[in-house]
Design a protein around this ligand. Structure first.
Ligand SMILES: [Zn+2]
Length: 305
């Protein structure tokens, strides 16, 4: 990935750090990028005309980016309160979105793998899917670079996870499935992460990826309003500073193919589905959103063949 040091410091809310300029990480020789929007602090949201990935530039250096995930601003105290006296049963009974989404991930994995298979959750955060995967019979492990999130996984959720970068993770076995949910928008270099995931996946194994989808209906509307200068909230729906990439089916598929995976399916989960509120009245809309990838996140299952 090409980066250019700027010797400048960016202040973004409570965060401050060195910044650098980047280009498309997917294309070997990226064409001139298109500027989608320039935030008030000078950060541009760009799009590669070839693979269509959207990215922030300039953005924090790797060191400054990793530091964000150690601050309480990334996981506020109010969110932490939800996990006091945590148990799987209470979490399941609460019907919280975190539980519904974890159960959806497990159901998706069950279409391709069987209980007893090894599944690695890369960027597992506070370990919720590692827990749910074990409840469903999978041999799940998690890797999480943030010490703050690892401590929450250990002390609140009761799940031990590997506190390190995936690049430094060298287990004695490979995995039948690798989950990379809500990670590739956060990381310094998605190609470097996927290269390590590929090496850790068994031949014939699967990767399950979920990323923000700039082609979602609400995201398209927000982008349009910003480009027309009718909204000036600073492109917050992009998620900067911790989100530095956004994808659609094309860019996600090209990225996975570049790394050697064969994409099998793409889909999105509507708000109703993610919050467990889907019913027969919403079933047609939910199915359309799923099929045409119109929600704010897009998921892909890809195989190492
Ligand atoms: Zn590109």
């Amino acid at each position: 990935m090409t980066t250019v040091q700027t010797n400048k410091i960016l202040r973004e809310g409570p965060f401050a750090g060195a910044i650098e300029e980047v280009a498309c990480p997917i294309c070997a020789q990226p064409p001139v990028a298109k500027l989608i929007y320039r935030r008030d602090n000078g950060v541009g949201i760009w799009q590669c005309p070839a693979c269509e990935v959207m990215y922030a530039s300039p953005r924090f250096t790797e060191e400054a980016l990793l530091a964000i995930y150690e601050t309480p601003d990334f996981f506020p105290a109010d969110d932490l309160k939800k996990f006091e006296n945590f148990s799987h049963g209470q979490w399941q009974a609460s019907g919280a979105e975190t539980y519904v989404v974890s159960a959806l991930k497990a159901a998706n994995i069950k279409r391709y793998l069987t209980p007893g298979d090894r599944v690695l959750d890369v960027g597992c955060g506070i370990g919720l899917f590692v827990l749910e995967g074990r409840q469903q019979g999978f041999l799940t492990e998690g890797v999480e670079p943030s010490k703050m999130l690892t401590d929450i996984a250990r002390n609140r959720i009761g799940i031990d996870v590997h506190n390190m970068l995936i690049e430094d993770f060298s287990p004695p076995h490979r995995f039948h499935g690798v989950g990379l949910w809500d990670v590739l928008e956060h990381v310094y270099d998605p190609v470097r992460i996927l290269k390590r995931c590929f090496a850790l996946t068994e031949e014939g194994g699967y990767i399950f990826v979920s990323v923000p989808n700039f082609a979602g209906l609400a995201d398209r509307l927000q982008t349009l309003l910003h480009r027309l200068r009718l909204r000036r909230c600073g492109f917050k729906h992009f998620g900067f500073p911790w989100h530095v990439y956004s994808y659609n089916r094309r860019s996600l598929g090209m990225l996975l193919a570049k790394m050697g995976y064969t994409p099998l399916t793409f889909e999105t989960w509507s708000h109703n589905v993610r919050t467990g509120k889907a019913n027969h009245l919403s079933s047609l809309t939910d199915a359309l959103i799923r099929k045409h990838c119109l929600a704010s996140n897009v998921s892909c299952v890809a195989r190492k063949i």
